[in-house]
Design a protein around this ligand. Structure first.
Ligand code: GTP
Ligand code: MG
Length: 362
């Protein structure tokens, strides 16, 4: 083989293979989602809670006469919710579906109840607890929790006592409402998300907070920190797959990588491509890259842009590999662009959250 003649082509081919390998590794990472299972009586609000957690209508909510009969699987970018059909006591536990149920595939269970905890809930919890899985008890429909003769705190204390007498004193209970007559922050949703995150194995916690809709500014900051850690993971994965230090060989491949990175950042903040578009001359180029424009011009433009940045105040932000003169679309610039996009998405999400809090919710 004449390596002199084929050198250039072979190198480009290698880069392609490295990029493909990296994208596969990133996809595998993304495929490994958190699995959360919700169970409870028909109409307790399992599907409604999934919608609150995801921050959008992803699960079908039942009308009074129509309850879910099949398990609903709701797949989000970081989390898969399995919304079990509400069971009634008569059919349970004889129901073959529930006796064949294997809890081991789930990271977390939510037992959703609206009145009292039923015998069937306790039985199903027993089945889960025996396998060592963790379950959070969610007392939903708290908007209806009212008794003129006693305070809300006292009512909650009684519910807690009742649950503990049935399933043991160590189980955690949170109080929620899905009725959108008040801001989510006053309906127990931030508390629910925090409790869920804390019950997940540490390695999965970050991912959960990245997914869960932020209802408070504090939650948005947690999201931002998590998106930054995720960007670092992306970089580590890139390095492990041989993408470091310099890509810059094929703008189409660069664009694929950048596009994947941008999408995952947007997903973390629950924004879409139209809402947070990169702006300004730098981002015009980034945008072209992200859109998959091919050709030398784009990579050259980016090189110019980064070189210009490197001589300005932003220089510190770019860990230049090999000096500005040879700087192409390298891992450092990828990191820099990722940070910039996290910033933009965070600022947008913060403004939107403030507006939501002010206006009440849709
Ligand atoms: N007032 C009030 N209504 C709620 C609340 N949560 C859910 N609902 C309503 O209760 C009904 C049932 O809600 P779903 O979320 O479908 O309940 P589910 O547990 O998924 O029901 P199945 O799938 O049939 O088992 C719907 O009409 C919801 O709008 C709540 O916190 N307060
Ligand atoms: Mg349902």
């Amino acid at each position: 083989m004449n390596s002199r003649n084929k050198g250039g082509g072979k190198m480009a081919g290698d880069t392609k293979a490295i990029v493909a390998q990296f994208l596969q590794a990133w996809q595998r990472e993304r495929d490994h989602k958190i699995k959360i299972c919700l169970f409870g009586q028909p109409g307790a609000g399992k599907s409604s809670l999934i919608n609150e957690l995801a921050g959008q209508r992803v699960a079908r909510v039942s009308q009074a006469t129509d309850t879910t009969r099949q398990a609903q699987i709701v797949e989000c970018p970081d989390v898969i919710y399995v919304d079990l059909p509400g069971y009634d006591t008569s059919a349970f536990p004889e129901n073959a579906y529930f006796s064949a149920f294997n809890p081991l595939q789930y990271d977390l269970f939510l037992c959703v109840f609206a009145g009292k905890l039923h015998r069937a809930d306790v039985d199903f919890f027993g089945k889960i607890a025996r396998t060592g899985r963790v379950c959070l008890f969610v007392r939903n429909k708290c908007d209806g929790l009212y008794d003129p003769s006693c305070s809300r705190e006292e009512l909650e204390r009684r519910i807690l006592q009742d649950v503990h007498s049935l399933v043991g004193p160590r189980e955690k209970v949170v109080f929620t409402s899905c009725r959108r007559n008040k801001p989510a922050a006053e309906r127990g949703l931030p508390e629910l998300e925090t409790a869920m995150g804390m019950l997940l194995p540490e390695a999965r916690r970050d991912r959960f907070f990245r997914h869960a809709k932020a209802y408070t500014e504090a939650a948005l900051l947690v999201k931002r920190a998590s998106a930054e850690r995720s960007l670092k993971k992306f970089m580590v994965l890139a390095a492990a797959n041989g993408l470091n230090p310099v890509i810059g060989m094929d703008a189409a491949l660069d664009a694929q990588i950048l596009k994947g990175l941008y999408r995952s950042i947007r997903e973390a903040f629950g924004v879409n491509e139209k809402e947070v578009q990169p702006e300004g001359p730098s981002s015009q180029i980034v945008k072209k890259l992200a859109e998959g424009v091919t050709g030398e011009r784009v990579t050259k433009g980016l090189t110019w842009l980064l070189r210009k940045k490197a001589s300005g105040r932003a220089a510190k932000a770019i860990p230049v590999v090999g000096g500005a003169a040879v700087m192409g679309f390298n891992a450092g610039s990828l990191y820099f662009l990722g940070q910039k996009y996290i910033d933009a998405c965070y600022r947008y999400a913060l403004e939107r959250l403030r507006a939501e809090i002010q206006m009440g919710e849709p």
